[in-house]
Design a protein around this ligand. Structure first.
Ligand code: NAG
Ligand code: NAG
Length: 403
C-alpha cells in the first residue's frame, strides 16, 4: 500500500470516528441525524477554539448559524409577513390572507436557542409560523427578544412580556381582528421556558384583562436547581443538546462569569439558604417510575451563597417556572407539554406536568419516545427529518383543535 492510500485510509477512519455518534436505537434516519449532529459538534468545536484564542465569544460563533438561516419577511400566497415592533420590541407578524367573516385566533410564538441564539426569522421558525398561520387561519406573533451574552436575564423575559402585554390589549386585538378568548402562547426549549414564565406572571398582572386560552410548551427548560436529573444523566451526550451545552446556556442566561458555569456543571450552585426550593423539583416525587429507572435520589449538595447573591436570577421563577408555590399555578390555562425521550430537558417538562395536574390544571402530555431535543428545527432542507415534520404536525394539530 502506497503512502497516499495509507493517508487516505487514515483520514477516512478519522472522519468516520468524528462523525460517528451513538444514536438511540429507536430513531429513524440515523445517518442523517448523525451528519447533522456532526455539523453541530463542528460548530461547537470551532466556537471553543475561537474563544480559546480570544477571538470571539463562544455564543457569537453559534450565532452565525442563526445568521445563515435568516429569511426576509416575504409574504406568500397564504400569509402576509411583516417585521414590526410592539412597544419597541421587534416581532414578526404573520397574518392569514384568507377572508373570514368572524374574528381570528392568535398564537404568540417564542423561539428557542438557549436565550443566546436563534431568531424568529430563522428559516425553521419562519416556516413553523407560516404553517401555523395558514393551517389555523390565525394571526401569529413571533417575538424577537434580545439575547445573551450581550443581554442577560431578565431582559429576555421582559422583552417577551412586553410584546405579550402589548398584544393582549383589547384595542390591539381589535386592530388585528383577533378573538380575545382564543389566544395561545407557545414556545420551544428556551422559548418554552419564556412562554411558561410569561403565562405565570400574567396571572398577577392586574393591568392585563385578556386571559390566554392555552399554552403549548415544547421540550421546555423549566428549572435551574437540579442539573443532574435522570434525564440529564441518561442523555448527557445525546445529539443536538449535550449536557455541557445546556449548562453553558443556563449560566450564560445570567452571566458570562465562568464561576456560575463551573458550579452548575458540578451541580453545586444552589446556596443552602435556598434549600426550600428543592421540593419544587424533587424528581423522586414528581417523576413517574418509568423515567426514574435505576436512578437513586440524592439530597442536594449546596454551593456558596455568593453565587446566589451575585446572580439571583437563577433562583427566580421568571427564569425557572418550576420554582413557584402551587398557589401560583392555579389559574394557568389548559396546557400542552411536549417532551422528548432523548433530551436532557425531558424531566423538566414531565415534572411540570405532575405539578400542574396536582393542582387540577388540565394538561395534555405528548411524550415522543423516538425524539431528540430540538426536533422542530429540522423541518427545512437539507437538514429536514421526518421526525421534525411529524412533531410539528402534532403540535399544530393540538393547537388547532384546542384553541
Ligand atoms: C398555501 O396553502 C395551501 C393550502 O393549505 C398549500 O397547499 C400551499 O402550499 C400554501 N402555499 C405556501 C406558499 O405555503
Ligand atoms: C424528595 O423526596 C424524597 C422522597 O419523597 C424525600 O425523601 C426527600 O427528602 C425529598 N427531598 C427534598 C429536598 O424535598
Amino acid at each position: 500500500m502506497g503512502t497516499k492510500s495509507l493517508c487516505l485510509l487514515l483520514a477516512s477512519v478519522l472522519v468516520a470516528y468524528y462523525v460517528y455518534t451513538p444514536i438511540p436505537e429507536n430513531i429513524e434516519e440515523r445517518w442523517k441525524l448523525m451528519l447533522i449532529n456532526a455539523g453541530f459538534r463542528t460548530v461547537s468545536h470551532v466556537a471553543e477554539f475561537a474563544e480559546w484564542l480570544g477571538l470571539m465569544h463562544y455564543m457569537e460563533v453559534l450565532m452565525m448559524i442563526t445568521s445563515i438561516e435568516y429569511t426576509a419577511p416575504i409574504s406568500d400566497e397564504n400569509v402576509t409577513v411583516t417585521d414590526t415592533k410592539f412597544n419597541n420590541v421587534p416581532a414578526r407578524l404573520y397574518i392569514p390572507r384568507k377572508q373570514s367573516s368572524g374574528l381570528k385566533r392568535a398564537v404568540i410564538y417564542i423561539h428557542g436557542g438557549g436565550w443566546c441564539v436563534g431568531g424568529s426569522a430563522m428559516e425553521p421558525y419562519d416556516l413553523l409560523s407560516r404553517w401555523t398561520a395558514n393551517k389555523l387561519n390565525a394571526v401569529v406573533v413571533s417575538v424577537e427578544y434580545r439575547l445573551a451574552p450581550m443581554y442577560h436575564f431578565p431582559v429576555q423575559f421582559e422583552d417577551v412580556y412586553t410584546v405579550v402585554k402589548f398584544f393582549l390589549q383589547n384595542s390591539v386585538l381589535a386592530q388585528y381582528g383577533v378573538d380575545p378568548n382564543r389566544i395561545c402562547i407557545s414556545g420551544d426549549s428556551a422559548g418554552g421556558n419564556l412562554a411558561a414564565a410569561v403565562a405565570q406572571q400574567l396571572l398577577d398582572d392586574l393591568e392585563v384583562k385578556v386571559k390566554l386560552k392555552i399554552q403549548a410548551l415544547l421540550y421546555p427548560a423549566l428549572q435551574t436547581l437540579d442539573l443532574d436529573l435522570p434525564s440529564y444523566k441518561d442523555n448527557e451526550n445525546k445529539p443536538i443538546l449535550p449536557k455541557s451545552l445546556m449548562v453553558r446556556f443556563w449560566s450564560e442566561y445570567f452571566t458570562t462569569d465562568v464561576s456560575l458555569q463551573e458550579a452548575m456543571a458540578s451541580n453545586r450552585h444552589v446556596p443552602a439558604e435556598s434549600s426550600h426550593l428543592f421540593r419544587f423539583v424533587n424528581w423522586s416525587n414528581l417523576l413517574p417510575e418509568k423515567f426514574k429507572k435505576d436512578h437513586v435520589y440524592a439530597s442536594p449538595i449546596y454551593g456558596s451563597s455568593m453565587l446566589g447573591k451575585k446572580y439571583p436570577g437563577f433562583l427566580d421563577p421568571r427564569a425557572a417556572p418550576l420554582l413557584v408555590d402551587d398557589t401560583k399555578l392555579l389559574g394557568l390555562p389548559v396546557t400542552y407539554v411536549l417532551t422528548c425521550q432523548h433530551d436532557v430537558l425531558r424531566d423538566d417538562g414531565i415534572m411540570y406536568v405532575s405539578r400542574l395536574r396536582e393542582v387540577g390544571i388540565e394538561v395534555i402530555h405528548d411524550h415522543i419516545e423516538d425524539a431528540i431535543h430540538g426536533v422542530l428545527m429540522f423541518i427545512t432542507s437539507p437538514t429536514d427529518l421526518a421526525l421534525g415534520h411529524r412533531v410539528a404536525n402534532k403540535y399544530i394539530e393540538w393547537v388547532n383543535v384546542n384553541l
